[in-house]
Design a binder for this molecule. Structure first.
Ligand SMILES: *Cc1c(COP(=O)(O)O)cnc(C)c1O
Length: 233
């Protein structure tokens, strides 16, 4: 087995154990292999090991890599999306996890409609109000949710967050709890289902699963270290 296949298997086992520990079905947690900065040859090793869903944070990288790999892969955009790139990227991606403003939601809705698509989206929440990160503040999301839910060409899956990085993974837990509780509150007040919680990365995905994550985004633990951490925004 390649080291990527070995890593993938280990992560899948850890996802399944974490799910069972919380009395959850392991199939209720999806693994996104975050392949940003890694070339198509490396991604192909993961594909050969059976991985189909990949996360990328830059439109340019999706545009460059997708044509080199099987059309059956599911690309998830997990980084900030500029409005002027929506038209290019929508036909290539399975879901956008980083919808961080009402304006962007409206652009994806309008362009998705023009392209005959119904884009799957997660609304990104900047829980710690970090100036280096994108996302709705909690107040902005409460205010905008009704308008977002009226955009009928959007298939709103749920919420996404990136907690402030701390090597102590336990420090992420309160943000995962906060995202889940915010989801529960918004489902009650807004009436729209938000079943998806995109949360958990290499160092804290087991805690995210314990707190209800339905999609974990794991890069380093599968593909190894990238050049810098500054790429998580
Ligand atoms: C890079 C990135 C990840 C993966 O981070 P790792 O620590 O390498 O697992 C997850 N989510 C987002 C939004 C990212 O940008």
């Amino acid at each position: 087995m390649s080291h990527i296949a070995t890593n993938l298997k280990a992560i899948q086992d850890r996802i399944a154990s974490a799910a069972r520990l919380s009395g959850r079905d392991p199939a209720s947690v999806e693994l996104l292999a975050v392949s940003k900065t890694h070339p198509a040859e490396v991604i192909r090793e993961a594909v050969e090991a059976g991985q189909l869903s990949f996360g990328e944070n830059k439109v340019q990288e999706v545009l460059a890599k997708a044509p080199q790999l099987p059309g059956t892969l599911r690309w998830h955009l997990i980084g900030h999306l500029q409005s002027n790139k929506v038209r290019k990227v929508l036909p290539l991606v399975h879901a956008v996890h980083s919808v961080d403003s009402l304006d962007l939601a409206r652009d994806i809705h309008r362009i998705g409609g023009e392209l005959g698509l119904r884009p799957k989206v997660y609304l990104e929440v900047n829980l710690a109000v970090e100036s280096t990160k994108y996302g709705f503040t909690v107040a902005a999301l409460r205010e905008s949710l009704e308008a977002v839910c009226q955009l009928d060409r959007l298939d709103v899956q749920g919420l996404m967050c990136i907690p402030p990085y701390d090597p102590d993974a336990e420090k992420s837990r309160r943000y995962f709890v906060q995202l889940r509780e915010l989801r529960d509150e918004l489902e009650k007040s807004g009436g729209a289902p938000l079943p998806g919680l995109s949360m958990g990365m290499s160092h804290d995905f087991e805690i995210a699963i314990a707190e209800g994550s339905t999609v974990v985004r794991v890069g380093t633990a599968i593909f190894g270290e990238r050049a810098a951490r500054a790429d998580v925004t």
